[in-house]
Design a protein around this ligand. Structure first.
Ligand code: TYD
Ligand code: MG
Length: 456
């Protein structure tokens, strides 16, 4: 006997995994408490009029027959964004812009709309969150807009799709995907099945008509709405807007990009009149440094193709409890614990009875091992209460034996430090060849953590 289809299913709000049974932990992404119940998606009718991917009759073609032209890349008028996109917007692509509420997604996209319409392109801005008046208020802060921009405030995806099909604008912004409601799906707006289905419709519109579509997705941790992670695999490009909502600086990070490199970042500053680009991020990351304080050191990391100088801060103090507290902000906690163990074992620093806090100044998140040496120096400096020369930068990967290992793009890091006025830079000995020709900055080579401690 055939089993009846269940009325409800469970979706992981983090990764979109679907199951007929509830579970406390998602078996796929291993997140806890993310499974929520939703009505099983029932398609009531076929989406009419939306083109399929192969709109021209479904004939296979050879690669030679497909023409590429330069104009397929459209500049957004924001250099930082263009770089993260890999050189501009690709016609017909689907771009997901994720981030916490209030980080500036709507502001950024409205600025993109202004630049695109200013360059003569037609753009439709669909908002399911704000009224036309509220958008107007934001637009007034940003600047002058012309008539190429059309606003449409609605949450019905079917109406939006019909409008896009009729007007055929060159670019569309959907703000946000979690408010869109597709009548073909019974689940509530913001649920995994709604968000997925709606994105599918938008994808077919984008590819079928060659319309560039931006999708805004809020990131929420409590699982009340489906996170943008659920759609990451459906879209061409995924950008995350990160940073402290209270702070002025925002980082736009490319997480996935079918048309360019990922891990490229763009830095913005939220100002009175919208977002401004930050041309020299090292300068902003190093602004407001405390001179002559122990526990601070500058290191150089590579984000995408660009070297960035960041300050690593460490605070090591006596522990009041038998169990010392360790904390890391902006980098991997386990990595910090490992580096402290290396200091303890290979250099003989007795850190076992100390609390330690490590922080990356400026709100940046770093995962590159080249910053290891910075962490080691910062912790050692705080432990011994001796400040490091503020004109010194250091980078290198640290191994478990206390050896300093080579890093990629060493010369670019050294040049960035030189450009920012640093006097001395500590580099891995193994990178000797790549720094040979650089003058104007003192280059010290370190083979092990012991060397480094004696150098400073
Ligand atoms: P918004 O784009 O609405 O965020 P999101 O769409 O990601 O939820 O931006 C919200 C914040 O930005 C809000 O706190 C006000 C601030 N803001 C400025 O500081 N300056 C400006 O010019 C604008 C338009 C917004
Ligand atoms: Mg918004």
């Amino acid at each position: 006997m055939a089993k009846a289809k269940p009325d409800t299913v469970f979706f992981c709000q983090n990764c979109g995994y679907e199951s007929v049974k509830w579970a406390g932990q998602c078996p796929v992404c291993r997140e806890w408490n993310t499974m929520t119940e939703e009505p099983a998606a029932r398609k009531t009718k076929k989406s009419a009029g939306i083109p399929r991917l192969n709109a021209d009759g479904g004939k296979p073609v050879t690669l030679k027959e497909i023409e590429l032209n330069e104009e397929d890349r459209l500049s957004t008028g924001i250099r930082e964004l263009d770089r993260v996109l890999g050189g501009g917007l690709v016609q017909g692509s689907l771009i997901l812009v994720g981030g916490d509420p209030g980080i500036g997604k709507s502001t950024l996209l409205l600025q993109v709309c202004r630049n695109l319409t200013g360059a003569g392109h037609s753009v439709l801005y669909v908002s399911g969150e704000e009224s036309a008046k509220q958008i107007k208020m934001r637009a007034v802060r940003i600047g002058e807009f012309n008539d190429n921009l059309k606003l449409y405030c609605d949450t019905s995806l079917d109406d939006v799709a019909a409008l896009i099909e009729k007007d055929r604008p060159e670019a569309v912004v959907i703000d946000s995907i979690q408010t869109m409601n597709n009548e073909n799906v019974t689940a509530a707006a913001g649920s995994v099945s709604q968000v997925r289905e709606s994105t599918g419709v938008l994808m077919r519109l984008a590819k079928g008509f060659g319309i560039t579509i931006f999708i805004v997705g809020h990131v929420t941790k409590d699982g009340s709405v489906a996170g943008p992670r659920v759609l990451e695999h459906m879209v061409d490009t995924v950008l995350y807007f990160e940073g402290d909502v209270q702070g002025a600086y925002r980082i736009l990070r490319g997480v996935k990009n079918r048309f360019g490199s990922t891990d490229e970042i763009g830095v913005f500053e939220m100002a009175e009149k919208g977002l401004n680009e930050v041309d020299n991020p090292s300068e902003y990351l190093l602004s407001g440094r405390a001179e002559r304080a122990s526990g601070n050191v500058v290191t150089c990391t590579i984000e995408g193709t660009r070297p960035l100088l960041v300050e690593i801060q460490a605070l090591v103090c006596d522990s009041n409890f038998g169990f010392p507290k360790r904390q890391a902000t902006g980098m991997d906690f386990n990595r910090v614990s490992l580096l402290m163990a290396v200091l303890e074992k290979r250099v003989g620093m007795r850190l076992g009875q100390s609390d330690a806090y490590v922080n990356i100044a400026g709100g940046l998140k770093i995962s590159e091992p080249a910053t290891d040496l910075g962490v080691v120096i910062a912790v050692a400096s705080s432990f011994q209460n001796r400040p490091v020369d503020p004109k010194l930068a250091a980078f290198g990967e640290v191994g478990l034996n206390g050896e300093v290992r080579a890093v990629s793009m060493c010369d670019r890091r050294v040049n960035e430090a030189k450009k920012m006025g640093f006097r001395t830079v500590i580099v891995p000995k193994a990178n000797h060849k790549s720094t040979a020709g650089i003058t104007g900055i003192e280059i010290l080579e370190a083979g092990s953590v012991d060397d480094v401690i004696s150098l400073i």
